[in-house]
Design a protein around this ligand. Structure first.
Ligand SMILES: *Cc1c(COP(=O)(O)O)cnc(C)c1O
Length: 376
């Protein structure tokens, strides 16, 4: 049996275990602790934001973010449709309702024109949403500036889901740091991982302090246990923050490795009829967290699923692009502004193995398998 090639497995560096040992030696096996403080400070420095709160997952960070911008039961929140379900679940946790917005073709992220039109239409009807959740997909920033401008026009907070885009740039700055609040994820398949974890960032120190408060069961400053609000148990463990500190030190290497994977795939496959890679928008640099492409079955001779299954037969893990959230059964009663672009990307899109520890042999195995399906 051949060695499995996974989509995006964890890739540890040299320092993670040292930091974990430190946590053990000091008996800081708790949520909060010196690694958590240091991880937050080092993360702020890396992405260029004012303040950060380390939490147990990206989903937890989004839940806090939405609560902190004031989302309540019955509110509407505009949200990218082409994304992982974790982007929209926290909207539902708060009893609010997502309204989805389609992607554009050149970034695969939220189409700024559609958002602008949707906000204009809703302003005329007097029912503006309470927030916009903007996703930066597959390591590429959305076109933030026009989206931020549209939000500012109507005084709507922008929440950025940069779970997949740590290390990317937009006009030289990190996606996730432009809106009122942003979040990142350190789940096992992300560009860096703490096995599970997330970060909430904002330039508003009060907002981040409130996030920490809510993430630790909203405990009032009293010697006894007193609570005036409902909170959550969402803080990151000091042990996992130690892993995060080590991972942050190799982030630039991980980006370089993933971009290199993309270059090798692109060089070998882009001339095959029917294959088109996810474009890199001119306004920034993508990390190529995942190398994604679309397959036109007429030109290529096989469809996306045939290619995916042929790869699976050879122990190569590839995945379809995200199924748009407006097509998810759980959101069947939610509206979508547009939808054709994300539906097409879902129908034809495939994410190739993209781990930063892939060898040249691994990459060649994937390439040869795809070429073989095309010839078959
Ligand atoms: C991974 C991911 C999340 C959630 O992060 P977790 O840490 O797994 O909770 C949210 N949004 C997107 C787009 C993601 O890819």
């Amino acid at each position: 049996m051949q060695k499995p090639i996974l989509l995006s497995p964890p890739h540890l560096g040299d320092d993670e275990l040292k930091f974990v040992h430190e946590a053990f030696a000091a008996n800081w096996i708790a949520p909060v602790g010196p690694h958590v403080d240091a991880f937050e400070a080092e993360f702020c420095e890396r992405v260029g934001c004012g303040h950060a709160a380390a939490v147990s997952s990206g989903t937890a960070a989004l839940h806090l973010a939405l609560r902190l911008v004031g989302i309540e039961a019955g509110d509407e929140v505009l949200c990218s449709t082409l994304t992982f379900i974790a982007t929209a679940n926290p909207i539902t946790y708060l009893g609010a309702k997502p309204v989805f917005v389609d992607s554009d073709r050149h970034s695969w992220n939220m189409d700024p024109h559609l958002l602008q039109e949707a906000l204009e239409a809703r302003a005329r009807q007097g029912k503006l949403p309470k927030a916009v959740v903007l996703v930066h997909l597959y390591g590429q920033s959305a076109d933030i500036e026009p989206i931020l401008k549209a939000c500012e026009t109507y005084d709507i907070p922008l929440v950025e889901d940069a779970a997949e885009a740590l290390g990317a740039t937009y006009q030289g700055r990190s996606p996730g740091t432009w809106g009122r609040v942003g979040i990142y994820s350190f789940n096992g398949n992300k560009i860096i991982t703490t096995s599970g974890g997330g970060m909430l960032v904002s330039d508003d120190s009060e907002l981040v302090a409130k996030a920490r408060f809510l993430a630790t069961q909203a405990r009032d400053p009293a010697p006894h246990y007193q609570h005036s609000e409902v909170g959550y148990n969402y803080r990151l463990s000091n042990v996992l923050a130690g892993i995060g500190r080590g991972q942050l030190r190799v982030l630039s290497d991980r980006i370089a490795a993933r971009r290199r994977n993309f270059e090798i795939y692109h060089q070998a496959l882009s001339t095959i009829p029917g294959i088109e890679f996810m474009p890199e928008a001119a306004y920034g640099t993508a990390t190529r967290w995942l190398t994604c492409l679309t397959i036109d079955p007429t030109a290529f001779g096989k469809d996306r699923e045939e290619v995916r299954l042929a790869l699976a037969e050879q122990q190569i893990e590839a995945r379809p692009a995200w199924k748009p959230l407006h097509l998810q059964p759980v959101f069947a009663d939610c509206d979508c502004v547009g939808g054709a672009v994300s539906e097409d990307i879902f129908k034809r899109g495939l994410c190739l193995p993209s781990g930063s520890s892939m060898t040249d042999d691994d990459l060649q195995r994937v390439i040869e398998a795809i070429v073989a399906v095309h010839r078959r």
